[in-house]
Design a protein around this ligand. Structure first.
Ligand SMILES: [Zn+2]
Ligand SMILES: [Zn+2]
Ligand SMILES: [Zn+2]
Ligand SMILES: [Zn+2]
Ligand SMILES: [Zn+2]
Ligand SMILES: [Zn+2]
Ligand SMILES: [Zn+2]
Length: 1698
């Protein structure tokens, strides 16, 4: 069946391929009715090519379509072979200066903060790198897809609009030239023809709605086949769709995932192919299954011909886009065709049709035609404008469609449970508007199409729900309305774009249209004025929090637009005056002349009286939303700033201004805030608190709080201050208290309600504070004589007075303008110093000390500070008076007489003391200690002013005046100093508080560090290392018969759990170290190695590629074994209880034996027992007549032989005695029947087994089995591997071998080595003996062990460790008098020699490379001789080298790591302290190492000394067939020294990575862009993370690409960079993960996780090194553990899906 189909397809393909494009084109050229010809051609061929079966075959389809369909069109267009035609076109083309590159998803884009007209003007990477902006302050973002490069657009850039590539030739004029002149006339005609036909065809078919008919095409298909087409929606989740599909169309889960992925990406996908009924059945199942809770999934049964033509329609659009790329002339023709009005009049052009059909198209189709629009209409200077007009005309309709359409919401990959990273949407009409070329060119559209008004009206139309006063009412919004509201907000963005480029010249037309738009805008604001009114709740608490967010969202979104409106008004005097008038009128309308129907009353006090209305904030409705009042305030300030008020006072409606009306509503709002602070509105719940918060918040305050203050300042400046004060008292509801004589006294005696007293006190304070602000805040332009720079400077000074801040924090604390700029950079240098960040943390700005004098405790953007406001106010008044006096000129009289007033006794309560007198008494009041300085300062200033007044009234005497001035300046100084001291004190307090906070934080952040300190304390207290013997001057030898004897100190340690001390002894209770074992590939030289089946794998020999090792680490904390056991049992029990209760995850996996160190919470999965040096126990000291290597090997071989015979015998023993047993002659003193008594206590033995089994389990990934003979091998391996990793770290950091290890590593290595050496005592003796025999046989061959790895394939250090540690199992039965030390030494020498041969064989020495000194030293001669011998042995296959110098150099370098590892190993094994020379870096390290290891400096001497046996051995090694194959170049081998592994190199500029990632497409879904491209920092592979497409199955579970990768690349541990998010990801196993700050910093020393700020990022090498070190130290898992402990939400993330 399948084969039939296949052959049928091939037959069709063949017939299709026989078509000749040229012939068809010729036919077309001669045709009378071209359209008919073409349509016939398409009707016949399209269904043959597309959709022949259930699944599309894009490659085949593309190939055939190109040949049969597009080929003829190209021939026709060119009139010749397009292979010649197109290049000709390209050559003749005068290319446009616009780049216009359309961005791919995730591609980096750049915007210049200095030169871009607005932040939406962006450059592609190529243009950016060739532009002047790379030297400017720029911002980098990743494109959501769909925008395009603005290079070459002179209107987008204030400077440097062209990059080098798009630079204008000076000879050319920028002005338009018709591109059609570059095309031959006949071609123009042909292009019109073919474009018109194809474009119309594509538009018709894409917008076609009938199911069984085609537009203007015949249905030639006789056999009706159908597709069941599934469409995308944003309602159903991936999983729902997958599940439904499996049911409905009977597919596998994998297929269903495939369908769902395509539907999500392209917007539709056929899920079934067949006859109508077959498809319809699937449709009904899908609809039924998805309609239960929500609206059903959209499914349509479509005729296969329609689907085929639609596929080709899309192909055609893409083709058109690429064809016009050859010539600007063709582009223009296409634009003309597209915008030509059709027969149906208005909106009938092809472009209109597509636009208006947009919301009905599926995603994939939208995407294709949007791209075409961008590469055609928007790239043509003339048609761009025409298109903009079309767009503006259709604006309302398009927006309504958009409102109904459910696409374009942010996709949620909901079931990945990682909502924290949402992926921005890729498609949708709206995205095109976000970067709309034409909206930015909006002035033309404002005048010609009245766009501003249209946008605002459209917006208002969609928010129809109003209250009786016509104000917006969000309270009763349904979910749908709320959804609409969210969508409609995008209109505000459009409004912003319209306003973003401000006019330089105003035409009358523009004025008129702008003011028309302003009218519409005022209508909008009018609907907001007074919305969401609130009434104070008394008695009961409110039941439901009222909706408040919608109103604030609107306000927040509009904030910038309101500011921009004011900016526009400020540009033209006429506009400003008109706008001001309009605004005032609307304000009057809002409040029906301000009274809102309230009763007028008269207030009188101290001889003043004022008329106002009866109104109480605490009793009547009040609203925070007063945008009309605030806009008026803004405009009013502009009147004075632009000096319009002085130039044209007659044009302003000044007579209509009623100051009490102006201040009324803002004042109510501020009183509301005061009352909330005084606790009067507690019962109104959190919604009110939130509103008050936002009212003051930096996001809103510019057009809310700030403007209210401005309005009050404006009002007061026009009023009698006494009147103002009385109105204010009345609104604060304090009028009674202040106007009634003795009210205060009565009040305090009669009314004992403390709350009310407190309330009133707060209200009074709040009122005073408000007065301070009104009088003192004169730092906005138009109010005081300052400019914007002064304003921002003051803002920054006050922010930094709180504490030093990072750049991003400061940016957040400052209001941003429409270009997302705060203006901070221009002033920051003047007021602050930048402090660079260290390895953690970020760069900080610190206030310059000289700026501290500008600090004002009552700065109005600070939150409430509990300080004495009265004193401050008095102080301000005095300052003011003093200034007046000091600036006194002859004729002026200072009318500001504050000093007089405060020295007069009070009037109202008669004979009350003057303020001054009161202050004097207060001076020494003990309860006012805090304010003492302030009071003193006020009194001082008062005196100064008094003196000033006296001196100015009397005739000035030069001398005295001088004195006074001096004194006053001295006073000033003193005051200044006092004030500074005060500031300093405040700061100190803050710092102290911060310090303790930071300390806590620091401890948390740097647990590791603290552990170490704790540890050091621990160890020094318990005195482990204290008493290490110091052996001076003696030559220290680590092993062998010459080994330096050291008396092992008593080792007393303390248990962290029970605090008891105990000595580490063979027969006492075991003490253990918390430890963590993990598989590791950190040293791997071969990451592609396939992991063998762990059940069958034999780990006896480690391959020198070290592809997978077992690493053991420890935090160094010591416990009793039994204490730990109890602790672990408790953890386990607790975990079980917890899991029963609720499914909580922990950072550790108890079932896998994991726990956290009880002291430092370090992740651990086992414990290592502490042991005394184990060698001492088995070493029978007898130094007389030790055998040399040759003799020793002979004896050993005999012993091995005996053992092997015995073992065979043992196996065969059931069948009685054999002959061999009789033949066996036991070597002298060898007693194979001897059983050693295990010297260790039971508890130690138990721990030996525990740790051994854990190593085995983790290292091999198998179930624990303490009997398995591989257990001891894994223990030796882990010891060797861990030593190797530490040696590498030390070498990489250029640190000496000893003396620099942190305690925890020192302790860990010591116990690990001693444990590994003791482990054989708890394993099967014969197994260990067997291992030893095999290991030895790899170097000393015997007949028994064939088929061992050749010496090229053995890691010699692993071999050494295994041999040395298994040797006692044989030696314990040897009573011939040979010491263990002798054995160790011979084994060491033997392995060293093998390693030397290994190095020489694989040496890649290049003789010519290096300058050599012709020394011909003894070593060089010897090594050359050895090499020549090797050549002989290998049959001269070895490369010929004649330079001994090179060989020796190479050998020394190659063997160094091995010697260093060996030194560490024997040091920990035998406890011989390291000679001081190798504890520091210095000369002759090699010689010192050799001496410590009992090696001759000239290593080749080893061979000479043991020539007898070595020649035989070398010959046997070289005769291995693998060695031959290697030398013949047939295989690869590791050469030495192995280089250390590093993380990959990262580029300095982060955008390189973004670019790299944007070019990366998902490897599984054929060229699709990956949504979360993620880079493995270990091997450099880019992965498609966090996506269904790249999930794979791992151990029966679906895992994401990253997790899957960790298993091959890092044996479960991974370090990644999520490129889009600029975030480092650590993964360990399937359940553990955390994020880590990326090693990229901006110029302010901050990381940008999530790439939200977009500052240029550069690699911080130190931070990257730190990450690398974490990796090399195997601390990734530990880091994750700490992160998860600190942040529980990390535990809940499904890391395996990444
Ligand atoms: Zn570009
Ligand atoms: Zn360019
Ligand atoms: Zn620039
Ligand atoms: Zn204990
Ligand atoms: Zn610990
Ligand atoms: Zn993928
Ligand atoms: Zn990797």
């Amino acid at each position: 069946m399948a084969a039939d189909l296949e052959s049928e397809v091939q037959a069709i393909d063949k017939s299709l391929l026989e078509c000749s494009a040229e012939e068809i084109a010729v036919k077309w050229l001669q045709a009378n009715d071209l359209q008919k010809e073409v349509y016939q051609h398409l009707a016949y061929y399209v269904p043959k090519i597309y959709c022949r079966g259930p699944n599309p075959a894009p490659q085949r389809e593309d190939m055939l379509a190109q040949h049969v369909l597009l080929g003829p069109m190209e021939w026709y267009l060119c009139g010749e072979d397009p292979a010649f035609g197109f290049p000709k076109l390209e050559q003749a083309n005068k290319p446009s200066h616009l780049c216009g590159r359309v961005f791919k998803v995730g591609e980096p884009t750049y915007s210049c903060r200095d030169c871009a007209v607005d932040p939406t003007c962006v450059l592609c990477m190529e243009c950016f790198l060739g532009s002047i902006h790379r030297e400017h302050r720029y911002r980098m973002t990743t494109s959501g897809g769909g925008g395009f490069c603005d290079c070459g657009d002179t209107e987008a850039w204030k400077e440097g609009p062209y990059c080098q590539k798009h630079e204008l030739n000076t000879s050319e004029t920028a002005e338009e030239e018709d591109p059609l002149v570059h095309l031959p006339e006949d071609m123009v005609a042909r292009a019109y023809n073919i474009f018109a036909i194809t474009f119309k065809y594509a538009v018709d078919i894409l917008t076609w709605e009938k199911e069984n008919e085609l537009p203007g095409l015949e249905m030639i298909e006789k056999s009706d086949t159908y597709y069941c087409m599934l469409f995308n929606d944003e309602v159903h989740t991936y999983e729902q769709v997958i599940y439904t599909l499996q049911k409905a169309v009977n597919c596998t889960q994998k297929e269903a995932i495939g369908f769902a992925t395509t539907v999500d990406r392209d917007g539709r996908r056929s899920v079934r192919y067949g006859d109508f009924q077959y498809c319809d059945q699937a449709k009904s199942v899908i609809v039924r299954n998805t309609s239960r809770q929500t609206k059903p999934l959209k499914v349509q049964v479509m005729h296969s011909s329609i689907v085929a033509h639609q596929s080709f329609g899309l192909k055609l659009l893409t083709w058109l886009g690429s064809v016009i790329g050859y010539s600007d002339g063709l582009r223009r023709i296409l634009c003309q065709v597209g915008l030509q009005e059709g027969p149906d009049g208005e909106n009938s052009s092809l472009v209109d049709k597509l636009m208006l059909y947009d919301s009905k198209l599926w995603k994939g189709a939208r995407n294709v035609y949007h791209q075409l629009f961008m590469s055609s209409l928007l790239m043509d200077l003339k048609y761009k404008k025409l298109f903009a007009i079309r767009f503006a005309r259709n604006y309302e309709r398009l927006q309504s469609d958009f409102m109904k359409d459910d696409h374009d919401r942010e996709f949620s990959i909901a079931d990945l449970s990682i909502q924290i990273f949402t992926v921005p949407s890729l498609m949708g009409w709206y995205n095109m508007c976000i970067n709309p070329y034409f909206l930015k060119k909006a002035r033309m559209l404002i005048t010609e199409e009245n766009l501003m008004t249209t946008i605002i009206k459209t917006f208002m139309d969609h928010l129809r729900h109003r209250d009786i006063q016509g104000r917006f009412q969000f309270e009763r919004y349904t979910a749908l309305q709320a959804f609409k509201f969210r969508r409609v907000q995008s209109l505000i963005l459009d409004l912003k774009y319209v306003l973003i480029s401000k006019p330089t010249e105003w035409s009358d037309d523009l004025r008129r249209k702008f003011l028309e738009g302003f009218d519409a805008f005022l209508e909008l604001l009018k609907c907001m004025q007074g919305m969401d009114p609130i009434t104070r709740q008394v008695g009961q608490h409110i039941e439901m929090e009222p909706e408040w967010e919608a109103a604030f969202t609107l306000q927040m979104k509009l904030t910038l637009v309101i500011s921009m409106m004011q900016d526009w008004c400020a540009l033209d005097e006429k506009v400003l005056i008109e706008a001001y008038k309009k605004c005032l009128t609307v304000l009057m309308q809002c409040h029906s002349g301000f009274t809102d129907g309230e009763q007028p009353i008269v207030l009188s006090m101290c001889g003043h009286s004022v008329e106002t209305i009866r109104y109480c904030v605490s009793q009547e409705k009040v609203s925070i939303h007063l945008p009309v009042s605030r806009l008026l305030a803004g405009l009013h300030v502009l009147l004075s700033k632009t000096e319009v008020a002085y130039k044209f006072p007659e044009l302003l409606p000044l007579s209509e201004l009623s100051p009490p009306m102006l201040i009324e509503h803002p004042l109510r709002c501020l009183v509301l805030c005061a009352q909330v602070h005084a606790g009067m509105w507690r019962r109104n719940g959190f919604s009110l608190v939130n509103q008050i918060y936002y009212y003051h918040n930096v996001k809103c305050r510019r057009e809310m709080f700030d403007k209210d203050i401005v309005m009050l300042q404006t009002g007061v400046s026009m009023m009698d201050p006494n009147h103002f004060l009385m109105i204010m008292l009345s609104r604060f509801e304090l009028y009674q208290i202040f106007s009634t004589p003795d009210y205060g006294k009565r009040f305090s005696t009669e009314n004992t309600n403390k709350d009310v007293v407190q309330q009133n006190n707060t209200l009074i304070e709040e009122m005073l504070y408000l007065i301070i602000m009104i009088v003192g805040e004169r730092f906005s332009p138009g109010i005081g004589q300052v400019n914007t720079t002064d304003e921002i400077k003051r803002e920054i000074i006050h922010q930094l007075s709180i504490r030093p801040m990072a750049h991003s924090e400061l940016v957040k604390a400052l209001p941003e303008d429409e270009n997302r700029e705060t203006g901070m950079e221009s002033v920051i240098e003047e007021v602050a110093c930048f402090k660079k960040p260290g390895l953690t943390g970020r760069g900080l700005y610190e206030l310059k000390p000289e700026c501290a004098k500008n600090f004002n405790l009552y700065f109005y953007h600070f939150s409430r500070a509990e300080q004495s406001k009265v004193l401050h106010l008095i102080g301000m008044a005095l300052q003011e008076e003093k200034q007046h006096l000091e600036n006194l000129s002859e004729e002026n009289v200072v009318t500001f007489t504050f000093t007089q007033k405060i020295s007069k006794p009070g009037e109202a309560p008669s004979n009350s003391p003057s303020i001054l007198a009161m202050l004097e008494t207060l001076q020494n009041a003990p309860h006012l200690e805090v304010h003492k300085d302030m009071i003193r300062w006020i009194l001082k200033t008062f005196n100064t002013i008094k003196k000033l007044r006296e001196s100015s009234s009397s005739s000035p005497v030069a001398e005295t005046e001088g004195n006074i001035m001096e004194e006053s300046s001295r006073d000033k100084d003193k005051a200044e100093r006092k004030r500074k001291a005060e500031i300093a004190r405040l700061r100190r307090e803050k710092i102290m508080a911060q310090m303790s906070e930071m300390q806590r934080h620091f401890i948390n952040e740097n647990k590791e560090l603290f552990q170490q300190t704790l540890e050091e304390l621990d160890t020094s207290a318990s005195g482990v290392h204290e008493n290490s013997p110091v052996i001076l001057d003696a030559k220290l030898t680590a092993l062998g018969p010459e080994q330096t004897r050291v008396a092992e100190p008593r080792q007393v340690v303390m248990c962290i759990l029970c605090q008891e001390e105990q000595e580490v002894k063979v027969d006492s209770r075991a003490m253990v170290l918390a430890a963590f074992i993990q598989r590791s590939t950190v040293l791997s030289k071969n990451r592609n190695k396939i992991t063998p089946d762990p059940e069958k794998y034999d780990p006896l020999f480690m391959h020198p590629d070290l592809s997978c090792g077992t690493h053991t680490g420890s935090c160094g904390h010591i416990m009793h074994a039994h204490c730990w056991q109890r602790y672990f049992d408790a953890v386990q029990a607790k975990e079980q209880r917890r899991q029963q209760r609720l499914r909580v995850h922990t950072s550790y996996d108890v079932e896998n034996g994991e726990f956290l160190c009880p002291l430092c919470e370090c992740l651990s999965n086992t414990v290592i027992p502490l042991l005394p040096p184990p060698r001492v126990l088995f070493n029978r000291l007898d130094f007389s007549g030790q055998p040399n290597l040759t003799q020793w090997i002979k004896t050993l071989s005999q012993q091995v032989q005996a053992i092997q015979l015995l073992r065979n015998e043992h196996c065969a023993s059931h069948s009685g005695h054999s002959e061999k047993m009789d033949q066996l002659q036991l070597p002298e003193g060898f007693r194979p029947d001897f059983k050693l008594k295990n010297p260790y206590s039971e508890s130690i033995k138990e721990m030996l087994t525990t740790f051994g089994t854990a190593t085995y389990k983790v290292g091999l990934k198998v179930h624990p089995n303490e009997e398995d003979p591989r257990v001891p091998i894994m223990c030796w391996g882990s010891c060797a591997y861990t030593i190797q990793t530490i040696e590498r770290i030390l070498a990489d950091e250029d640190k000496p071998l000893f003396g620099h290890l942190p305690c925890r590593q020192d302790d860990c290595l010591m116990s690990l080595t001693r444990f590994a050496a003791a482990h054989w005592t708890v394993s099967s003796l014969s197994a260990v003996q067997g291992h030893f025999c095999t290991l030895l046989a790899s170097l000393v061959p015997n007949e028994k062990n064939g088929n061992l790895p050749c010496i090229l394939d053995i890691d010699m250090f692993h071999l050494l460790v295994s041999l040395v540690l298994s040797f006692p199992a044989i030696h314990c039965q040897d009573f011939s008098g040979v010491s263990l030390g002798t054995g160790d030494l011979h084994l060491f020498h033997l392995v060293t020699m093998a390693h030397i041969i290994q190095i020489l064989l694989t040496s890649s020495t290049e003789e010519n490379g290096m300058d050599q000194e012709n020394t011909n030293s003894e070593e060089e001669v010897a090594v050359l001789t050895l090499y020549k011998f090797l050549c002989q042995c290998t049959g001269s296959a070895l490369k010929e080298i004649s330079s001994g110098w090179h060989l020796w150099r190479n050998l020394k370098a190659g063997i160094m790591p091995f010697l260093r590892c060996s030194a560490l190993f024997f040091h920990y094994l035998n406890g011989v302290p390291a000679p001081s020379e190798i504890q520091v870096n210095g000369a002759n390290q090699f010689e010192h190492l050799c001496s410590y290891l009992s090696l001759p400096n000239n290593l080749t001497c080893l061979f000479q000394e043991n020539g007898e046996i070595l020649n035989t051995l070398i010959e046997s090694w070289c005769s291995n067939s693998e060695v031959k194959r290697y030398l013949e170049g047939k295989r690869h081998a590791i050469s030495y020294a192995r280089e250390s592994n590093k993380l990959i190199d990262l580029p300095d500029d982060y955008s390189c990575l973004i670019n790299q990632a944007s070019n990366f497409s998902c490897p599984k879904s054929g060229g699709d862009k990956s949504r979360a491209p993620t880079l493995c920092l270990v091997c450099g592979t880019m992965l498609c993370s966090q996506s269904y497409c790249c999930q794979t199955e791992l151990e029966g579970e679906d895992v994401g690409a990253c997790t899957a990768h960790t298993y091959t690349c890092g044996s479960g541990v991974g370090i990644f960079l999520r490129v889009r998010e600029c975030q480092v990801l650590f993964l360990a196993g399937k359940t553990k993960g955390c994020f880590y700050p990326p090693p990229y910093l901006d110029d302010y020393g901050e990381t940008d996780q999530g790439l939200r700020r977009g500052n240029p990022l550069h690699l911080c090498k130190e931070r990257f090194k730190k990450i690398q070190k974490l990796w090399q130290q195997h601390s990734i898992t530990e880091e994750i553990g700490h992160a998860q402990e600190a942040n529980q939400t990390l535990v809940g993330i499904d890391w395996q899906h990444l």
